[in-house]
Ligand binder design. Structure first.
Ligand code: ZN
Length: 469
């Protein structure tokens, strides 16, 4: 099998890796609605597990809302419906009867949840309300679809919170940022937090923070977003609470969303021309054991391999023992495509020497681990692999960010950083002339002094712009 080169043709390389690693099957007869294959689904479930862990630990409750939303509820917030009008699917019939009120298949769940929130919340004692769900959402993508990155049925995480004050809602956003840091660390993914422009914020939001990661082709991929709604939704949906002073007030709301794009980013950022490279925390198998058998020692080696498998599994590691009747070389090849972080080889000589031979997937380093402390040795190596995967990804991200102070000779395939006065006219002028998207200003402020690259006005705010995936 010959693989395409990541460096030469990132887009085709990505499609090929997804196919060869068997992460998703796009042959399902609805375009953009792919089938999750067992291996891909295992990885996604691993990511979901960490999301659940972090959300549960911060006092969120998991819920599951209906897929269908009445048109009447969907249209209550006017900006929201404007933003989604062209990309929702409609249910218009029930059997042979046309429905009186059409139903939207959720593109996101604000309009499903908020009519219920208005029933659930009565007094300040019901606040904060913090819920989340992990469900599929549907958006009619008109651009070319691509597994995990641009699909029409999306595996989606969304949290929704209601608070008594605007300050409490702001604290929630800070908590969301901390949760993100923990999840991204598991995925070894660097990212930036950028406050989206007014014309690019979520429909109905007061402000939106985009979570972007840089792909190796220099384009950015938005892997999630956090929104502050203030009372933009609670007013049309009448979500109020009775305050201490007996007064009825509208709640302040936030949401936080991420999707299977997290997996798309993991594939794109970490993998290479030989296949996937899975971060140890989300790898369905962290370790694969390959017995190296000879004519005379196969019983001995198999017995030792089974023991090794049991030791590592008992230590809580996710392990695969590949005892297929095939040559070691072809086994190496298969597990390389699947991206298993650590390969352990066990042969007659290893057993004699009291060691097991390892090979790292992320950098092809080889060595041995003492068999008597093998679980600790493996754990240590997996930590080293995680750290070095993150460092490498961070270095790639930084190499793609370039600060510019003039519009002459704009570099290709870079994320640009430059001064912006903040006015819409300058922003649009840049986006239209250079066919790039302004991603936004840093959520965590950066020390900056410069001039707006369009109008020349002094500014202390940098902005980032890029071609997007
Ligand atoms: Zn300007």
């Amino acid at each position: 099998m010959i693989f395409l080169q990541k460096e030469d043709n990132f887009n085709d390389w990505y499609i090929e890796i997804v196919e060869k690693a068997n992460l998703s099957d796009k042959r399902y007869p609805v375009k953009g609605m792919n089938v999750w294959t067992p291996y891909g689904w295992k990885i996604m479930r691993g990511i979901d597990t960490y999301i659940r862990q972090e959300l549960d630990a911060t006092g969120h409750d998991e819920v599951c809302f209906p897929l269908l939303i009445p048109e009447t509820e969907f249209k209550k917030e006017k900006d929201h419906i404007k933003g989604f009008d062209s990309e929702v699917y409609w249910v218009t019939h029930a059997g042979l009867n046309e429905l009186d009120v059409r139903l939207v298949i959720r593109p996101t769940s604000e309009t499903a949840m908020y009519p219920m929130f208005s029933l659930w919340i009565r007094s300040h004692q019901d606040l904060p309300l913090k819920v989340y769900q992990i469900v599929n959402t549907f958006r009619y993508e008109t651009k070319q679809t691509r597994a995990f990155i641009r699909v029409r049925e999306i595996h989606f995480f969304e949290s929704h919170t209601c608070h008594a004050t605007v300050e409490d809602a702001q604290c929630q956003i800070d908590e969301d940022v901390e949760i993100l840091a923990k999840i991204a660390k598991r995925l070894c993914l660097p990212y930036s937090l950028l406050v989206r422009t007014e014309w690019d914020k979520f429909p109905g939001a007061y402000y939106t923070v985009g979570i972007d990661t840089v792909m190796p082709n220099g384009k950015t991929l938005q892997i999630g977003s956090i929104h502050h709604y203030r009372t933009n939704f609670s007013e049309p949906y009448n979500i109020t609470f009775e305050d201490d002073d007996g007064e009825h007030k509208f709640v302040h709301q936030t949401t936080y969303g991420m999707s299977e794009r997290l997996l798309g980013a993991v594939i794109g950022v970490h993998s290479d021309d030989a296949g996937l490279i899975m971060p140890p925390d989300i790898a369905p198998f962290q370790v694969v054991i390959i017995p190296i058998l000879s004519k005379t020692n196969s019983d001995l080696v198999m017995e030792a391999s089974n023991m090794l498998f049991k030791t590592l599994t008992d230590a809580g590691l996710r392990v695969k023992l590949d005892d297929r009747d095939a040559r070691p070389g072809s086994k190496y090849y298969d597990w390389e495509i699947k991206g298993v972080p650590l390969r352990l080889e066990l042969g007659g000589r290893d057993i004699e020497n009291g060691v097991v031979t390892f090979a790292r997937r992320d950098n092809s380093e080889k060595g041995t681990i003492d068999i008597t402390t093998v679980s600790d040795g493996v754990r240590l190596l997996l930590d080293v692999i995680s750290q070095s995967m993150y460092d490498k990804a961070k270095q790639i991200q930084q190499s793609h960010i370039q600060e510019i102070d003039s519009l002459n000779n704009i570099p290709e395939d870079k994320v640009l950083k430059f001064g912006w006065c903040g006015c819409e006219e300058c922003g649009h002028k840049f986006e239209d002339n250079y066919d790039m998207k302004i991603l936004g200003t840093p959520y965590i402020s950066e020390n900056y002094k410069g001039k707006c690259i369009i109008c020349g006005k002094s500014t202390d705010k940098p902005v980032y712009a890029a071609h997007t995936m």
